[in-house]
Ligand binder design. Sequence first.
Ligand code: TPP
Length: 321
Amino acid sequence: MPVSNDELKGLYYYLNLVRISDERCRRLFKQGRFHGTYFSAVGQEATVVGPCYGLRPEDTIGIQHREMGAAITKGMPLKYILAELFARKDSPDRGKSHPCHYGWKPLGIITPASTIAAQTVIATGCALAYKIQKKDNVAVCFVGEGATSNGVWHEALNFAGIHRLNCVFVVQNNLWAESVPAALGVPVEDVSERAKAYGFPGVTIDGNDLFATYETSQEAIRRARKGDGPTLIEMKTYRWYGHSEIDPANYRTQEELEYWKKRDPVPRFEKILMERGVIDESYKLATIQRIERELEEAIEFAEKSPHPEPHEILEDVYAPL
Ligand SMILES: Cc1ncc(C[n+]2csc(CCOP(=O)(O)OP(=O)(O)O)c2C)c(N)n1
C-alpha cells in the first residue's frame, strides 16, 4: 500500500521527536538532573517509529529498557516519560521504579519487566486475551538480539505460533548485548531464521531505513489483525552510545561506529522526503522548533513534580482484595 504524504510527515515528526528527546535525556542525565542511568537508543529510531506509528490506542506494545521511542510513538505524553525518568510523583508509576521503565496503561504500553524478554510473554498474553475476546487488536513486542537467547522469548513465540495470535515480534539486532557481541549470543546470522521453528514467517530488514521498517511492520500488523498469525521482523541496526550512559563502550571499534553513523536513519529519511518535495527546509525548522518546545514543557513538568514521600513506597504494590 503506498505511503501517503501525511503519513510520511507523521513519521518524520516522530523520527525527530525520538532522536531529539533521546539526545536531550542523555544530557539531562549527565547534568545530574536525574539519577540511576539512561539507556539511549540513538541510531535505532527507525526500529521503533516504523512499528509503532499508526497503532491504535487499544493495541499493546511490550518494550525493553531501550524503547523510550516506542512509548513516544505509541502516544505516551512526553511529560509522563520525563516524570518517569526523574522518578517523580506525577509519573505513571508515581516515582517508584528505576529510570527507563516507561509504561502507560491507557495506551497499552506494558512497563518493561526488567528481566529482559519477559515483557514478550506479557504482550503475548494480551494477544491471547484479544483472541478470546474476538478483538482484532495487535500486540507488538520489542527485544534486542541478546534477549532472543532467553528461554521465555522462545516460549512466547512458540505459544503465539500454536494459537496464531495477533503478535508482531520485533528484534532490534544492534550487534551488542551490553558487551557481548551478537556472534556470542545468537548462533545464526539472521535472528529471523528462528521464526521457522514456531511456524510463522520471519524476515530480516535494514533497521535504519524507516521506509522498510514502516512498510514491513504495516504488512505484519495487517496480517495479525486479519487473524493470519504472528510475524518475526529482525531489524539490523546499531546503538551509537554505550549500553547505558555509564558504559564507555570500549569493547567495540571506532571503525564499526563510523560505519553505522554513516547509515544514520534520520538524515537518510529526511533526504528522501526533501527530494520528493514532501518537506522543505522551513518545514524542517518548524518541526524541530515544535519538538524543542514540547520537550521544554515536558522537562518543566517533570522538574516541578514533587518527589514521592517515603511512606508511599508501600502504596500500589499489592492490588486491594
Ligand atoms: C534475564 C536478564 N538477564 C540479564 C539482564 C541484564 N541485562 C540488561 S539489558 C541486557 C542486554 C540486553 O541486550 P539486548 O536484548 O540485545 O538489548 P539491547 O540492550 O542491545 O537493546 C542485559 C544482559 C537482565 N536485565 N535480565
